[in-house]
Design a binder for this molecule. Structure first.
Ligand code: WTA
Length: 656
């Protein structure tokens, strides 16, 4: 965020109180804050856990925080996560309610009632059991956004096993490192999926990922289950590969969900950190499901009998875990899931889907909103969006202009917007308006939800005053907090709990409170970029660049971008011999493609500049701030701490 942006935010004066009829019928009222305050976090959450979930064995203690930062919630309780998302709704007489309206990109569609989805998950659980999956085993899932992705996640959860969903846009290398790190024994994938009007293959990346490496090291995976989606050709590895549909046709339909301890691991989800290696964020069962369910119900004002809810996220991201799979299904919601891109086959596809299914609650990312804004209001205006009554935003700060456009054009000038701040690590929403209670301010995520305690502090943990920027911290444990980084407790402590001690979670975001106590997020304070709401690490992209023989040194920055929030911009010094061989444009194109192949298309730099020097301090640290100035076309800031003060002049000249 630039100083101008922050200045604009400071002067944002528009206010939107909740519509009276919305407040009157709202799920969450102002008393919820009072209740959480008077009861205190653990007791408040214990009450929610009892109200919202079915416990096979009730818990007696809410929180064990005797060994921070390692928390245990509802520790002696037992539950089955999948049972909570499926069977209990059927047993309660809601088996005929639609759980999922799934829409494929080519226009095929399919709906599953809760009874049907439960039946599918039971079969899948039997299949996984037949393939040797047991409690605690890790299963990697690399699928397009098709019903089997949800079914596979729930089947793994049903067995008390641990899923690691790998976004379908990631490369073979990314799959391999995640499969190895988690020690997965099974991978569930598909022949391919549909995006931007075309089919794309998925299985070749899995095949490549599972090949023995250069040292002959083999992967831990013994079975690959393949869902047929596109009907495209696939290479087949006898003895390892199995077709999902053929296998599932042979298993028993009945499956009893067994209870597992509340702290049984539920999933690992890899996310970018400040070093090159992605972190396997670990979440467990009871606390996670409690907060996912609570926030989905209160922040989205869910009325499961009436609403049609749609989160546009892919299950490869945390939003897809908490607000496509676990939150909505635990709450018995009817939801829409869409496989493809927003502009296929026409730029109104999302709005056509809203009209078709009468979507009432829509949860999307600011990048998408800004893209639609550019295309113009006439596109959404061709569709009937009158079913919408609540809009949500997630993943990055939403600028006030996009917020107001979203409300006016998509929300008919009346729907509340909930701007929800949270992270892969927090597991569920932490800061958000409650739509029936809060007077909304465009651009502010507003306040911690009931039961959550946050602060904005300086480097010495002193609370920052109103309108003073600082670091966002979470000061009390929360039920859906990450339980660790898979296989690396030291990195867990070091990353989140070393800056301020073991009871204060450091989120990595800058923030400020305004005079009313509302929170404004100011972007990451570390070397994590946010591109279209997806986290990318500068270090990971730099190490990918230097792995190319042409590259001697690389520095990556997140430059602000009108549509994607930030964009990846790389500055590269090539090896003399190689640089001459390829022209600068060719070299840049090769390196952009190299990063996309190594990490995935989302990491492809918007620009690669071939430069002769990088700006460094006398101690050799790259001054990214100056590179960001260049990348954003700004006047270059203070260069006096550079070892060589001429460097920036040289860089600016080579870029012209
Ligand atoms: C950013 C996504 C401002 C933030 C759920 C955070 C936001 C990172 C918001 C987590 C928001 C997420 N306003 N910034 N409403 N939501 N962020 O793990 O920098 O993919 O630390 O989780 O996204 O990204 P992640």
């Amino acid at each position: 965020m630039t100083a101008d942006d922050i200045d604009n935010l400071l002067h944002e004066a528009r206010r939107f109180p909740p519509p009276a009829d919305f407040s009157q019928n709202a799920v969450a009222t102002a008393e919820l804050y009072e209740k959480a305050r008077s009861e205190g976090g653990p007791e408040f959450w214990a009450g929610q856990a009892r109200d919202l979930l079915h416990w096979h064995k009730p818990f007696t203690t809410a929180l064990d925080w005797s060994n921070p930062p390692f928390a245990k919630w509802f520790d002696d309780g037992e539950l089955n996560v999948a049972y909570n998302c499926l069977d209990r709704h059927v047993l309660a007489g809601n088996g005929d309610r639609v759980a999922i309206h799934w829409e494929g990109e080519p226009g095929d569609s399919k709906s599953f009632t809760y009874a049907e989805l439960t039946a599918e998950v039971k079969k899948a659980a039997n299949l996984l059991t037949a393939l040797g999956v047991e409690q605690g085993d890790r299963v990697a899932i690399y699928l397009p956004l098709i019903p089997e992705a949800v079914i596979a996640m729930l089947a793994v959860a049903r067995l008390g096993a641990v899923h690691s969903v790998i976004f379908g846009g990631f490369s073979a290398e990314s799959i391999r490192s995640r499969v190895d790190d988690a020690g997965a024994k099974l991978v569930i994938t598909a022949d391919g999926g549909y995006r931007k009007g075309k089919s794309f293959p998925l299985k070749p990346a899995v095949d490549k990922a599972l090949e023995p490496d250069a040292d002959g090291g083999t992967s831990t995976v013994s079975t690959v289950l393949v869902v047929k989606r596109t009907g495209g050709d696939v290479d087949w590895h006898d003895g390892r590969d199995l077709w999902w549909d053929e296998e599932i046709a042979q298993v028993d339909a009945e499956h009893e969900a067994k209870p597992f301890p509340a702290e049984n691991p539920l999933f690992i989800l890899y996310t970018s950190g400040t070093t090159g290696k992605p972190k396997g964020i670990l979440h467990s069962s009871g606390g996670y499901l409690t907060q996912a369910s609570f926030t989905h119900k209160t922040v989205f004002d869910l009325k499961p009998e009436e609403d049609v809810y749609w989160s546009t996220a892919d299950v490869g991201w945390i939003t897809g875990h908490s607000y496509v799979v676990y939150g909505p299904l635990a709450n018995g919601a009817t939801e829409v899931i869409y496989e493809g891109t927003p502009d296929t086959p026409h730029p109104g596809r999302w709005w056509e889907i809203v009209e078709k299914y009468k979507v009432s609650i829509l949860y999307a990312a600011p990048t998408a909103i800004r893209t639609f804004m550019k295309l113009g209001r006439q596109i959404p205006q061709e569709f009937d969006l009158s079913s919408l009554r609540l809009l949500g935003s997630v993943g990055e700060p939403i600028n006030p202009e996009a917020w107001v456009w979203y409300r006016d054009v998509i929300g008919a000038g009346t729907t509340p917007i909930v701007d929800t701040w949270w992270q892969t690590e927090t597991g569920a929403i932490m800061i958000s308006a409650l739509p029936g209670v809060t007077t909304l301010k465009p651009g502010s995520a507003q306040v911690a939800i009931p039961g959550i305690a946050v602060d904005v502090v300086d480097e010495r943990l002193r609370s920052a005053g109103p309108d003073q920027g600082g670091l966002l911290v979470i000061t009390q444990p929360w039920p859906s907090m990450l339980r660790g980084i898979w296989g690396d407790p030291e990195r867990f402590i070091e990353t989140y709990w070393s800056k301020f001690g073991p009871t204060t979670y450091f989120a990595g975001d800058g923030a400020r409170f305004d005079k009313d106590g509302d929170i404004w997020l100011l972007g990451r304070v570390d070397d994590v970029m946010n591109v279209s709401g997806h986290r990318l690490s500068t270090a990971e992209i730099e190490s990918s660049l230097v792995s190319h023989p042409m590259v001697a040194e690389a520095a990556v920055v997140g430059a602000s971008d009108e549509t994607t929030g930030q964009a990846v911009v790389a500055f590269v010094i090539t090896r003399a011999s190689q640089a001459d061989a390829a022209g600068a444009d060719d070299a840049a194109a090769v390196l952009r493609a190299h990063v996309a192949a190594q990490i995935g298309a989302i990491a492809r730099p918007r620009q690669v500049f071939i430069v002769s020097e990088l700006p460094k301090t006398r101690s050799g640290k790259i001054m990214r701030r100056l590179l960001r100035d260049v990348a954003e076309g700004r006047e270059i800031g203070d260069t006096t701490t550079l070892a060589d003060t001429q460097v920036m002049t040289i860089i600016s000249q080579t870029m012209r």
